[in-house]
Design a protein around this ligand. Structure first.
Ligand code: NDP
Length: 448
C-alpha cells in the first residue's frame, strides 16, 4: 500500500495510462512502495517531477517481424524494444523470445533494469526488448531467419553508445550470433552492439555463467551474515535454462547439494544431488526436456507439474525460471519446511504476497534486481573489453563479478539500515539503485 500522496498520484496516473499492463504495474507498485521513505526525506524529488518521469519510458518501439519457415510459409511476429532510462549510460538489457512476450512484460523488465544496472555501479541505463516468437521446436535455419528479420529493424535503434541489448529467456549464444552477424552485415561496423557474444567474436569469459554465478555469490553473502554460507545446504532451483544451470554449478562448487530443478513440463528431484555435466549436456547441447534427466539418472524422479518443486524441503530456494512462478502457498510450504534463504535468479519470480510472507517470517530474501544483477554486470564488463579491444581472463572477470555482487549486497544492506529497515534487501536494493538514478535526473534538469 502506498500512503504518500505524491506517490499515490503517480501510481494512479500510471495505472490509468497502462491499464492493460498488469506486470508493469506490479513492478511499479513494488518500487514506489519501497521508495516512500526516500520521497518523504527528499522533497526535491516531487518538486522536479522525478517519479512521474521515471515511470514513463523515454522511448518504446513495436515492430513487425516477418519470416519464412522451412516449408515456405510466412509468419509474422511482434518485436519490441523499450529504451526506458538513459541517465546512467547507454540503454542496457536483454532480448526475450517467448510466446508470452507483450508490451507489459517488456516494460516491467525494462523498469526493473534501470535500478539493477544502477546497482552494479557500471555506467548503464535501463532497457529491454524481445518478441512473441518461440524458438522451441524451430530448426536452426528458422531461428536464423527470424533473428535476421528481427535485427533488420532493431539495428535502426541500437548502437554501442546508444543501446546495447543482450540475451534473456529464449535468447542464448545461437540467437545472439545470428543477430550480431546480421547487424555487422547491415551496418558494416564490427562494434560491441550486443553482449553475450561468443568468445571467438568479442564475447567475454564468464558472461554465460554470470547470472547464475552472481546469484550464488550474492546468496552466499546473505547466508554468511547468519550461517556459514552455502556449505552443506540443500538447495532447490526452478528452471534449467542459462541462469538455473550456472546457479547449479556454482552452488555445488560452494559446497551445497542441489536436489531439484525444473522446466515448464515439470521437475526432477534427486536426493543424491543433480549432476551438472548431465544437466548441462541435456539442456545446452541437446535442448532436451528435464523429464529425460530422470531416464538417465536412476536416483532422480520426475513429477509432471512445476509448482510442486516448492514442496520439497530445502534450506535455500533459488527461483530461476520466470515471473510470478512462486506464490503465497509456495512461500508457506517453503517456510514450514524450514527454508533459510530465498534469492531470485529470475526477474520477479515471487509474487508480492510471497515476498511479504518471506519478510514477515524473517527469511533471508534476495530480490532479483540485486541478486541476478551479475549477468548485466558482466555484460558491462564485456562492453569495456570491446571498447578497449582487449580480452580479460576467466579468473579476472570472475573476480570482478564476485566483487560487484559483494558490493551490491553491502550497499543494499547499508541503504536498508540508513532508512530504518535493517535486513530488508527489497527496500535496500530499490533505495540504493534509485538514489544514483534520481541524483543524475536532478543534475540534468528537465531533459526527458
Ligand atoms: P532460459 O530460456 O535459458 O531458461 C528459462 C528456464 O525456465 C527454462 O528451463 C524453462 O523451461 C523454464 N521455465 C519457464 N517457465 C517455467 C515455469 N512456469 N516453471 C518452471 N520452469 C519454467 O532463460 P534464462 O535462464 O536466461 O532466464 C531465466 C530468468 O532469469 C528470466 O526471468 C530472465 O529474465 C532472468 N534473467 C536472465 C539473465 C540472463 O543473463 N540470462 C539475467 C538476469 C535475469 P522450458 O524450456 O520448458 O520453457
Amino acid at each position: 500500500m502506498i500512503t504518500n500522496q505524491y506517490l499515490q498520484k503517480v501510481y494512479q496516473e500510471t495505472a490509468k495510462r497502462n491499464s492493460a499492463q498488469p506486470e508493469y504495474l506490479q513492478a511499479v507498485m513494488e518500487v514506489l512502495e519501497s521508495l516512500e521513505c526516500v520521497v518523504e526525506r527528499r522533497p526535491e524529488l516531487e518538486q522536479w517531477g522525478v517519479m512521474q518521469r521515471l515511470v514513463e519510458p523515454e522511448r518504446f518501439f513495436q515492430f513487425r517481424v516477418s519470416w519464412v519457415d522451412d516449408a515456405g510459409h510466412v509468419h509474422v511476429n511482434r518485436g519490441y524494444r523499450c529504451q526506458f532510462n538513459s541517465v546512467l549510460g547507454p540503454y542496457k538489457g536483454g532480448l526475450r523470445f517467448h510466446p508470452s512476450v507483450n508490451a507489459s512484460i517488456i516494460k516491467f523488465l525494462g523498469f526493473e533494469q534501470i535500478f539493477k544496472n544502477s546497482l552494479t555501479g557500471l555506467p548503464m541505463g535501463g532497457g529491454k526488448g524481445g518478441a512473441d516468437f518461440d524458438p522451441k521446436g524451430k530448426s536452426d535455419a528458422e531461428v536464423m531467419r527470424f533473428c535476421q528479420s528481427f535485427m533488420t529493424e532493431l539495428s535502426k535503434h541500437i548502437g554501442e553508445d546508444t543501446d546495447v541489448p543482450a540475451g534473456d529467456i529464449g535468447v542464448g549464444a545461437r540467437e545472439i550470433g545470428y543477430m550480431y552477424g546480421q547487424y555487422i552485415r547491415l551496418s558494416n561496423r564490427n562494434t560491441g552492439v550486443l553482449t553475450g557474444k561468443g568468445l571467438s567474436y568479442g564475447g567475454s569469459f564468464v558472461r554465460t555463467e554470470a547470472t547464475g554465478y552472481g546469484l550464488c555469490y550474492f546468496t552466499d553473502e546473505m547466508l554468511r551474515a547468519v550461517h556459514n554460507g552455502f556449505e552443506g545446504k540443500r538447495v532447490v532451483i526452478s528452471g534449467s535454462g542459462n541462469v538455473a544451470l550456472y546457479a547449479l554449478q556454482k552452488a555445488q562448487q560452494l559446497g551445497a547439494k542441489v536436489i531439484a530443478m525444473s522446466d515448464s513440463g515439470g521437475f526432477v528431484c534427486d536426493e543424491e544431488g543433480i549432476r551438472f555435466e548431465i544437466m548441462q549436456d541435456l539442456k545446452e547441447n541437446r535442448r532436451g526436456r528435464i523429464e529425460e534427466y530422470a531416464h538417465m539418472v536412476r536416483s532422480a524422479r520426475f513429477t509432471p507439474n512445476t509448482n510442486g518443486i516448492w514442496q520439497i524441503p530445502c534450506d535455500v530456494a533459488l527461483p530461476c525460471a520466470t515471473q510470478n512462478e512462486l506464490g503465497l502457498e509456495d512461500a508457506k510450504a517453503l517456510v514450514s519446511n524450514g527454508v533459510i534463504a530465498v534469492a531470485e535468479g529470475a526477474n520477479m519470480p515471487c509474487t508480492p504476497e510471497a515476498v511479504e510472507y518471506f519478510l514477515e517470517n524473517q527469511i533471508l530474501f534476495g530480490p532479483a534486481k540485486a541478486a541476478n544483477a551479475g549477468g548485466v554486470a558482466t555484460s558491462g564488463l564485456e562492453m569495456s573489453q570491446n571498447n578497449m579491444r582487449v580480452n580479460w581472463s576467466f579468473e579476472k572477470v570472475d573476480q570482478k563479478l564476485h566483487d560487484i555482487m559483494t558490493d551490491i549486497y553491502q550497499r543494499a544492506c547499508q541503504a536498508a539500515e540508513e532508512y530504518g529497515y535493517p535486513g530488508n534487501l527489497v527496500r535496500g536494493s530499490n533505495i540504493a539503485g534509485f538514489q544514483k538514478v534520481a541524483d543524475s535526473m536532478l543534475a540534468y534538469g528537465i531533459t526527458y
